[in-house]
Ligand binder design. Structure first.
Ligand code: NG6
Ligand code: CA
Length: 506
């Protein structure tokens, strides 16, 4: 059962609620700090994202809490660091739901305060009560609808993981009774034609590493799958489907406050944008996927404008983790990048402990209510979204909800500069890093310094690392020996934080 009892007594009267803005939280996938033009990209143009920045505040030191998707989203949606729960690694498409229905989420916060809530797009936080036990041909028993989202239209995991279908309110959308769905993360299914069995001439994209199990729409995937029929997505139409559902949701709920978690598939692999975005950048499919993402943003802002909701809607735009070029498909991203730096001036990328893994674009716009065309250098962490949004709603979080989140609404809305006290980010080997306004500490951890398959420096070494972000934002000079007290202090915060509590299901 959800803990709504406590809150329902503190719900604000409707008149006040009507003045609360709608909130649209747009979360891109693998979009790096340097991937959009207002953050310095020149080989791709993102006019719609840039417009948002002009109408609001663009943060230059904002962070997610992990350099991969599942743990990052877990932290953002629950206000609890993902290192507190062991099953928060990159989730398979048949993982069971990682957020416990008992846990309080950002969606619960909005719902309890009179908002209509939706999750549309990439999910990647598991579904159902049993891993591998989901009924893809009936009703999936645990979904975002059990986490405070009243409406959900989602991809179970990622575009490169089966099942390759959208799930709407717990059922496969456009379900095709002629083509029952079977999914396995163990072995090929009886009669399945796999990627490895498919002639090269029938491939839309070749895999560079992994992604060689099922083949759907001419593209290899992680995990095996048969069936699906007309419910199977076409990669070139994914952005259109997600955007159309987002616009429809806004249309349908324009008369009451709504919260929309809009998690785009762009620019995760396989990057296979619609024809109309092809060639929009000289960077090939990755650049075109960025253009497609920008189009989605433009569609949302245009819809809000059409409905007269621009001034009554806060838009937050961010990404789940840092960038990667070759993430498993031969789409020429590395070859065509030229002098484009997806991670901006920072070192590392997705998966990494270095800054480009967790420093992400972060823009807040709320025309007429917060400053325009402002750049904020304040440290900001997505862990503080829940706390800050509860301040926006003037709502108290229930006891034990979002235990790691703190309210920094003033910073988010340009009234203050203090920002997040510190951010802890988890890398792909589950080691932790901590950032304060000035320092970055990377704890020693096992692992290779270079993740060869993706050509990204991990930052994993047996040495303690400390970097002075004010003088060395590229993390080039390890000053752990020069400032042992600083290193010890940050290490101490990590230790304390780890020991503070572990997530326990009630
Ligand atoms: C990796 C996948 C990568 C991507 C990532 C998750 C391989 C070889 N690589 O394991 O393609 O799917 O997981 O990305 O399978 S994330 O942004 O959703 O975390
Ligand atoms: Ca991601």
């Amino acid at each position: 059962m959800k803990r709504i009892g406590l809150l329902s007594t503190t719900v604000l009267p409707f008149v006040t609620m009507a003045q609360n803005p709608n909130v649209v939280l747009i979360v891109a996938d693998d979009l790096g700090y340097g991937d959009i033009s207002c953050y310095g990209a020149t080989r791709v143009s993102t006019p719609n994202v840039d417009d948002l920045a002009r109408q609001g505040i663009r943060f230059t030191d904002a962070h997610c809490v992990a350099s991969t998707s599942t743990p990052s989203r877990y932290g953002m949606l629950t206000g609890m660091y993902p290192f507190r729960k062991p099953d928060t690694n990159i989730a398979a498409g048949d993982a069971s739901m990682i957020i416990n229905p008992d846990q309080y989420t950002i969606a619960d916060l909005f719902k309890d305060n009179g908002y209509y809530t939706a999750a549309i797009g990439k999910w990647h936080l598991g579904l159902g009560s049993t891993a591998g036990g989901q009924d893809w041909n009936g009703v999936v028993d645990q979904t975002p609808n059990d986490l405070g989202f009243e409406y959900s239209y989602i991809m179970a995991a990622t575009a490169d993981r089966v099942p390759c279908v959208f799930i709407e309110q717990g059922r496969v959308a456009n379900y095709d009774p002629e083509a029952p769905i079977r999914v396995s993360y163990q072995k090929p299914l009886d009669g399945e034609v796999t990627y490895m069995m498919t002639p090269e001439s029938e491939l839309k994209l070749k895999s560079s590493h992994g992604h060689n199990n099922a083949i759907v729409n001419g593209i290899g995937r992680i995990g095996y799958m048969t069936g699906g029929g007309k419910a199977l997505w076409k990669d070139e139409d994914i952005a259109d489907s997600i955007t159309a559902h987002a616009l429809q949701f806004i249309d349908q709920h324009k008369d009451r406050p709504f919260f929309l978690y809009l998690a785009t598939n762009d620019i995760h692999v396989p990057r296979y944008p619609h024809d109309r975005f092809r060639g929009q950048s000289p960077m090939g499919l990755r650049g075109d996927a960025i253009a497609q993402f920008d189009w989605t943003v433009g569609q949302v802002t245009a819809k809000l404008k059409e409905l007269g909701l621009t001034e009554n809607t806060m838009i937050i735009l961010t990404s789940d983790n840092g960038p990667v070029l070759d993430d498993g498909y031969i789409d020429k991203a590395p070859e065509l990048a030229g002098d484009h730096r997806p991670g901006g001036h920072m070192r590392g990328g997705k998966y990494s402990a270095f800054e480009a893994g967790s420093t992400i674009p972060f823009i807040v716009s709320w025309p007429g209510h917060i400053p325009q065309d402002r750049v904020s250098k304040a440290l900001f962490s997505q862990i503080d979204l829940m706390g800050s949004l509860s301040q926006l709603l003037k709502a108290k979080l229930p006891a034990n909800a979002g235990r790691d989140t703190r309210g920094v609404l003033n910073t988010m809305t340009g009234k203050g500069r203090k920002g997040t006290r510190y951010n802890i980010s988890m890398s792909s080997n589950r080691s932790l890093t901590i950032r304060t306004a000035r320092w970055k500490y990377i704890e020693p951890s096992p692992g290779r310094p270079l993740m060869q398959s993706v050509n990204i420096e991990t930052g994993f070494t047996s040495q303690e690392q400390l970097y002075d972000m004010t003088s060395d934002p590229g993390e080039t000079v390890n000053v752990a020996d020069k400032y042992p007290k600083v290193a010890a202090k940050l290490k101490g915060i990590l230790r304390q934080s780890r020991n503070a509590y572990q997530y326990k299901a009630r």
